[in-house]
Structures are given as C-alpha cells and as structure tokens.
Design a protein around this ligand. Structure first.
Ligand SMILES: Cc1cc2nc3c(=O)[nH]c(=O)nc-3n(C[C@H](O)[C@H](O)[C@H](O)COP(=O)(O)OP(=O)(O)OC[C@H]3O[C@@H](n4cnc5c(N)ncnc54)[C@H](O)[C@@H]3O)c2cc1C
Length: 396
C-alpha cells in the first residue's frame, strides 16, 4: 500500500488472522515442549533445532521479499508467527532479531548488498541475528555511544564496546551502530552515526572478541569488544553519518514484533493459570472459585485484549505507510504490562508450584519481565507519550 491511504480507510483484522500460519507455527512448537527449553537453560545453550525448524518452514524469511527468496509477507504475519511461538510456551528471542534487523538492510542497503546477503539469509545459509547498539556506559542515550569507526582506505577500523548484544555467538553477521564523526563535530547529536554489516566470521580474533554474558534469561547475550576490527567500506549501509535515522526507521517494526511476543506470553499465562485454577483443589474447592485468584486473571485477560487491539492498529498503520509511532509505543507498553500482569497472576495462582521449574511458569515469568526493559524501557515509552503525543516538556 502507498502513503496515499487515508486513515479512515485502514482496516484492522480481528480474530485469528493468518489462520494457516498460526496452525503451522503451533504444530512446529508442539515439538519443542517445556522440557526442551528447561534443558537448554540448564546448559545455557542455543535452541539450534528450534531455529532450524522455523528457518526450514520459511518463517524467519517471512519479511524478505519474494524476489530475494523470502515469503514477502506483511509485518502483521510476522507478528502472528511470534505471538504463536510465545503463546505455545516457546521463546522467539533466539531468532526474532533476524526479522527486524533485516529491514534496515532492505530499506537502506544497496542493490548489491541486498543481492549478496538477502537470498542467503532467506535460504538459512547466513544468520543475521546480532544487533550491536547498546553500550555499557551510555545505555538508552544512544547518540552518545562511544564505539568509533574510522575510515582507513577501503576499510573502517572499529574500536569500542557493546553490551547485551544478543546471539552474537550464533550469528554470521552483526548490524553495528558506530560513530563515524565525533559528537563535538556534528551539528545535531543524531548525525555522525553509521550502520555497518559486520561479518563476525571474518573479524573474530582480528580485533573482535565476543564474551557470553550470564543473565536472568537464556537469551544468549554477549559483550562485544572491538579493538581494531576492520570492516570493508562496501559494508557501510546507506550513507555515512545517517545511521541513527536508519535504526529509528526500523524501530516501529521491532516494537510491533516484540509486543506480539508479549501478547503471546500473556495468552500462555492466562491459559495456564485458568487450567490450574480450575483443577487445583484447596479447602475442598477449586482455587479459581475464589475471587482473589479469579479476578487478577480476568483483569489480565481484559488488558491483553485491549493491548492486542492497539497493536493490530499499529501494524495496520505500519502496513499502510501511515505514521504509526504513537500507537506502536503505546501498544508496546500496554502489551508488556498485560503480559507482566498475566505472568504475576499465573505465578500467584500456582502458589509454591509456580517456583517449580517443571511448570515453566517461573521461566516464562522471568522471560516476560524483560519486556519492561528491552528493547525499550517503560519509562522511555512514557516519556515518548508525555512529550511527543501530549506535548509536555522534554525530560532528557
Ligand atoms: C536480555 C537482554 C537482551 C538485549 N539484547 C540487546 C541486543 O541484542 N542489542 C542491543 O543493542 N541491546 C540489547 N539489549 C539492551 C536493551 O535494549 C537495554 O538494556 C535497554 O534499552 C535499556 O538500556 P540500559 O540497560 O542501558 O538502561 P539505562 O539507559 O541505563 O536506564 C536504566 C533505567 O533508567 C531509566 N531511565 C533512563 N533515562 C531515563 C529518563 N530520562 N527518564 C526516566 N527514566 C529513565 C530507564 O527507563 C531504565 O529503567 C538487551 C538487554 C537485555 C537485558
């Protein structure tokens, strides 16, 4: 669709849209039960088999255009894939980044870069799973990031450090944001940052070191150290100095996709809590008969439905080429809150058994907590709503 679409003509699908995709994803996920994820976590291992199954089914290439060998599906279809993965009790964190990172290459990469990388990614021969933005000393204040890329002949030489670079040890390529013009030499702080497609295989041991980062969830996160890693100039995406804009361009898609995971988590928690509340008998009656148990589950369900509706609206606006930042940010916060409240209700409903690993409640509870912090923290979404939507003074 083109940007000429009028707001009043945008249609939001209700109910189980993309039913074939949903059914197929559920079938795949049925092969990866809770025991699979518990075993991985115990070994801090990567879900190689799960990612392989999704790749072979073509789901990780959902957003790659057909001309490059992908499925060329709309963003909403990708959102449905991620929602179903999470509603099935699985976790897409190991591979979801490929869906949204690839958008930067698609929108801003050269014809040559797209022809070189996208077909290989679509075939599952090349993994583009790592996204190097966050740094230890600057955090959410992205434009202050310190990693430098300095042009030397036909290469850029990289020095600096990234943190929380998930999947870097399970990816062939990394989309890297680095400063090419020092902050004190640019007119606006958003200028002078550039995006590179860094070949991890070529750089490791040559100025690139990746160390696993132990974390509360099995997200295969890492710390990445650059000490003279060399990236060919031809791997610069778009124009030098415009990288921050390119990353921002992809942020709505990323937030819509990650919020879909929150909706999936919320549905898993609600379904699991309801089942347990109906069958657990204490004081000679099912615990779900007590309103103290029933109401938090009911409230979380209502919150999930509301967040899902706003999220569908954001995806429809995105697809129509209309501004979608406001709805995307609000949907991200509401979906993360709904999944957290559903997780809390599920945990409380299970009493002590919520802590037992074999129920998977505590794993999903830890996993969904992340959405309050990453990819954007709740406070920063509230700041966006306060400043950009409501016009109140900027806090930072
Ligand atoms: C498991 C995991 C995986 C991740 N994967 C990736 C990845 O693959 N690639 C990547 O680049 N990053 C990744 N991240 C990083 C993630 O995006 C950041 O952690 C997140 O953006 C928050 O940044 P920060 O941790 O530096 O928090 P900080 O910026 O230090 O903020 C700390 C707290 O202060 C609050 N705060 C800061 N400024 C303000 C303000 N002005 N007003 C109100 N509150 C404020 C924040 O909301 C937050 O709660 C990951 C993080 C985790 C935990």
């Amino acid at each position: 669709m083109s940007a000429a679409v009028r707001l009043e003509d945008v249609r939001v699908p209700l109910g189980e849209d993309f039913p074939e995709i949903r059914a197929s994803v559920r079938r795949i996920c049925a092969n990866f039960p809770g025991a699979y994820w518990r075993d991985l976590e115990a070994r801090e291992a990567y879900p190689t088999e799960f990612v392989k199954a999704l790749t072979e089914a073509g789901y990780l290439a959902a957003l790659i255009p057909e001309e490059y060998g992908g499925a060329g599906l709309p963003l909403r279809a990708a959102a449905v894939i991620l929602e179903e993965i999470h509603a099935s009790g699985c976790n897409a964190g190991a591979c979801h980044a490929q869906m949204y990172i690839m958008g930067t290459l698609l929108r801003h990469g050269s014809a040559e870069q797209k022809a070189r990388y996208l077909p290989q990614i679509a075939r599952g021969e090349l993994r583009l799973q790592a996204f190097g933005v966050t740094e230890p000393t600057t955090g959410t204040d992205t434009t202050k990031l310190k990693t430098r890329a300095v042009r030397e002949g036909d290469h850029y030489v990289i020095h600096g450090q990234k943190v929380w670079t998930s999947r870097a040890l399970h990816s062939d390529l990394m989309l890297l944001l680095a400063r090419t013009t020092p902050l004190d030499q640019v007119k606006k702080k958003t200028e002078g940052l550039s995006v590179f497609l860094l070949d991890i295989r070529a750089c490791r041991g040559k100025g690139l070191e990746i160390r696993p980062l132990k974390a509360m969830v099995n997200h295969n996160s890492t710390e990445v150290f650059f000490d003279g890693a060399r990236v060919p100039a031809e791997n610069l995406i778009g124009e030098e100095g415009r990288g921050f804009r390119y990353i921002l361009d992809g942020i709505n898609a990323e937030r819509i996709l990650v919020s879909s995971e929150a909706i999936g988590d919320a549905r898993w928690f609600t379904k699991t809590a309801v089942a347990y509340a109906k069958q657990r008998i204490v004081f000679d009656r099912p615990i779900g008969q007590n309103q103290g148990i029933q109401f938090p589950i009911a409230r979380a369900h209502a919150e999930t439905e509301a967040a899902d509706l706003l999220l569908r609206k954001a995806a429809a606006l995105f697809e129509a080429g209309l501004p979608c930042g406001d709805d995307t940010n609000m949907a991200k916060m509401l979906a993360a809150d709904a999944s957290w409240h559903a997780g809390e209700a599920c945990m409380q409903t299970h009493g002590g058994f919520g802590y037992a690993r074999e129920y998977d409640v505590e794993r999903k509870w830890r996993e969904t907590r992340l959405l309050q912090i990453a990819p954007i923290s709740t406070n920063l979404v509230l700041a966006y709503i306060g400043e950009h939507i409501l016009g109140m003074p900027r806090s930072y």
